[in-house]
Design a protein around this ligand. Sequence first.
Ligand code: IPT
Length: 961
Amino acid sequence: MSFRTHTVTDYVEDVSPGSGALPPRAWYASSDAPSLSLNGNWRLRLSPTADAEDDSFAAPGYDAGAWARIQVPGHWGLQGHGSPIYTNHLYPFPVDPPRVPTENPTGDHLRVFELPEVWPDLAEGGAVLRFDGVESCARVWLNGTELGEFKGSRLPHEFAVGQLLKRTGNVLAVRVHQWSAGSYLEDQDQWWLPGIFRDVTLLHRPAGAALDFFVHASYDHLAGAGTLRVDSDVAGRVTVAGLGIDIATGESVTVPVEPWSAETPTLYDGELTTEGERVPLRIGFRTVELSDGLIKVNGRPVLFKGVNRHEWHPERGRALDLATMREDVLLMKRHNINAVRTSHYPPHPAFLDLCDEFGLWVIDECDLETHGFTEQGWRDNPVDDDRWTPALLDRASRMVERDKNHPSVVIWSLGNEAGTGRGLTAMARWIKGRDSSRLVHYEGDPTCRDTDMYSRMYADHAEVERIGRELDGGSLKRRRLPFVLCEFAHAMGNGPGGLADYQRLFESYGRLQGAFVWEWIDHGIAHPGLGFAYGGDFGEELHDGNFVCDGLLFPDRRPSPGLVEYKKVIEPVGIGGDAGDGTVRITNKQDFAGLSALAFSWAYEVDGEPVETGVLSVPALAAGESADVKLPPPPAGGPAGEARWTVRAVLATDTAWAPKDHVVAWGQVPVSEPRVPTVAATARPAAGDDGVITLGPGVFDARTGALTAVGDVPVSGLRLDVWRATTDNDDGAPWQPDLRYGLLWRRLGLHRMRHRLDAVETGEHTLTVRTRVAPAARELGLATVYRWTSDGERLRLTVSTVPEGDWTVPLPRLGIRLALAAADGVRWFGGGPGEAYADTRAASAVGRWQSTVDELQTPYVRPQENGARIDVRWAELGGLRIEGDPVFSLTARRWTTEQLDAATHLTDLVPADSTVWVNLDHAQHGIGSQSCGPGPLPRYRLQAEPAEFSFVFSVRPGGSA
Ligand code: IPT
């Protein structure tokens, strides 16, 4: 055999999708034909340009002994070679399609393999080499013969290799280029991470093997019957034992079945048998249609409670293992999520198997985004340039053919943020022609020319309501379409706020068929010095910072408070009411299922402690039905105090996704109001000769009026505080036209307020400290008076503030801060167990909670305001007991707000000593979602207006710390 040594790189910049690969087809694992995973340890040589090395490495006998080793699937940039780049929509190279930079990191991958014993005789049948994902362009050789090259990073590519295989010493060579013409089509908001990042598999293809097949399994909800037909390239038989089905391919049969839905994901195991192989089928019967202007499945409109899922692992990037995919699905199911948009590319195929099995509606999105062209007014956009259309159609067909047999996939999405153009229309036409059983989605074209639904991202509540009321106008076609928010509630940092307000709209207007939170997981990269790294941490010349950390999960898959909030807001069962009439209203908010999977219970709580509990018997409610369910009479003779009912719905038995007793939904019904602490002002302030004033347990500096101790608990730095370490949502995105309060606050100087002491006055029973709190260079300020009284045991502080000057912005927070010398455990009665703010408070339940100062922190990848517990009646920490009048919001941390504000990574937060900084807030400004969407609704803004609030301090029985 002769092997020519040359370097060809033209294909890299060719708009064509590639050459040499087999036509796309369904992805499946044969029951009997053997396969060989080529995942594992490969050799890697990284070069700076596409042509730095010739292709002699592909020849048998090449000695790669000096090359590095790399784990496949994997990205070389996460395995010590080169580094990742993060941009949101900017191309990190000059825009001159289809040209790419000369500096084009190129990874030559090499692997030598033997065929396993079980592999049939090489003369029998063929073999296919399958790549499930390579970014962004690959050229492939087996045993020195070039197979072809391809683009389309998150799509499968197969090559026929039967005639090239040997029993031993097979040499597979893959040259991977970071940049290619394909990069112009893959401008998704994520890390640019080249490599062979999904499986590489060799599949034996016996003679008479199934090639491609299409399972058509519809459901007639009126007849309760499913119709099955399997079209197959290679004729054979289809059997479904559980349904007594045994038909020829191409033939259809109708039988009574249980339908598939995300709520009841009934799958029937079947088999396709061709002459050469047996293929397992997992059949879910369902019919998706657009009817009466609504997306209906099995005859009923569905409400998507969705998330956008990028594939991410903090160490392995987009090379996800099965366990991680499974964890994602389990976490979604446990948090009441029923839908996933596979933003912005088809996921690893195993993820869709899990969606079929556990029940999630899927919008399967094509690997297409050209967002960077927005910088030039979308000029030269590949989706509106016929030369690129073959590449677009290739991508559409690779997605549809691969995933067409998944019942979970109900909608095909053409891609994301690609502007408008003929290429998209061509894709939609092709998809409709190939698969009329699903709907088509695309957000980027407001005329909805190619789609079956009107889709938007980040529309504010008011606009969503207008759309719900069908007052939004738009093209005639669009006005007849259902609406989804394919992205909303930007989950960057603390937030998103306003989820409950959106959900109320979705549940009120039929046209609004739900929404998908942006996004599932933070794409932080585990980093020894930084905790998690984000854009800019690898020295990128262009980057978008921590905009890549905007998920409901932290990078290590711990749920953030945003996910806990979302779970509450999208509960499948509504539990609420007002105990006045002794009932609780139960609503089955599901689209299909009844309530038989759930067990209901009640607890009667006084001051947060359960006094009595019992089973609540709830009538069988069909999807959409409600009932007022009688609560038992309140227990007689119980303790006096603030009482409420807590009603829970838990799983009645173990399910595939969570154990028995997993809480699915809950609600609280208050019986009485919070009790307000009273302190008779009987103690008298006493001046000592050491410059100290005492009032009950309070010890003050006589000159400044500053509190220095409560009993034996030292306290320092107590004063009005209006600043918070701005959240990503406070700061807002650079393109946000709206008011961005984070910037306005800083411009005003609210982060550097000065406290002028005007007077320290002692009255008969009071110590009054008058101040004015204001930033340098401004005339506005807050006249602030601290009034102290005591009954000898407890010390009451009443703070009054009156804004002076022209306040045109809300306040970040309004309350006091103080420092304790030490604190660890924290107990409180109020909202919990987790973080909550004015517009992120649905999941906060009133009760008795305990935690530690360290556990109260929420580890947002970029540090910012976090960890507030709301509606606190009283809290105990550091030896103090603090009661609120009215209830307050509590944060406690081992660093100051200023340190939190200055930190850029979690590892910047290091306690200086044992000091704990405590904020007791009368209120905080809402959170909103302005890191990409709307800010907090007006009612969650903390307006600067006169306010008065009180705290009662005492030494906690049992002493300090
Ligand atoms: C929208 C993108 O579709 C998504 O990929 C992500 O970038 C998100 O925003 C923000 O995190 S694009 C929208 C900002 C116009």
